[in-house]
Design a protein around this ligand. Sequence first.
Ligand code: NAD
Length: 237
Amino acid sequence: MADTRIRLLIHGASGRMGRAVLRLAAADARVEIAGAVNRSGNKVDGVRALPSERLSAALPFDVLVDFSQPEAFDAALELCLQRGTALVCGTTGLSNAQRAAMASASASIPLLWAANFSVGVAVMHELVARAAGALPGWECHLVETHHAHKRDAPSGTALSLGESIANARGAPPQYLSLRAGDVVGEHLAQFTGHGERLELIHRATDRDIFARGAIEAAARIAGRGPGLYSLGRVLLG
Ligand code: NAD
């Protein structure tokens, strides 16, 4: 019988996220690991990896799953365009030019970028938009806390929650970023009125939620037509 598993190329495989994706994908019968790529080319948890300078030599794959860094993103997108394959990307801190390149690539390939692959945050987008629309005169702050190694600030998740808020009330929130210890990721949207305060908070305590969301997204967009897919539409809709 033909093997119908979706072949994943894991880009950024030696990172905190890449390793979680590798581990969970190995246990998911819908997908198989077609390859792993990292900067050094050193093995990752026993899985052979290709160094990023040899990315173009990757074996055939259906979806590239990218959790790397902005400086590695262009090569990953280019490979997907050359091969006509889907891209699921969770890398944050991308430049406006990289976001624009992604939008134009979506005319040719299926593409899904999400600042946060958790289902809870997908729902939080709807909740903050509702609160912002209902409380137009209130102050709004977005406070995010992440581990000390996180490079970009505010986090991609804070910025995308902020976009949902700005769309609903016409003004972005004020952002505050904390970098501390090993915090996986916390986002607090705080709406402050006179004598009352509304707080919506999401706490991620395990990176596996993001890895699982990305694998689910990959399984669902493989084989679809070109387009820029949203996580909400693919996972919840
Ligand atoms: P990390 O630093 O632990 O790992 C980065 C990986 O990218 C490593 O495998 C490294 O070898 C590779 N890399 C770095 N620079 C490279 C280069 N120039 N060329 C080729 N490869 C390179 O990072 P992490 O914590 O795993 O996070 C990765 C990205 O995912 C970050 O942007 C982070 O903000 C984001 N993230 C997104 C979500 C989400 O749900 N969307 C969740 C967590 C983290």
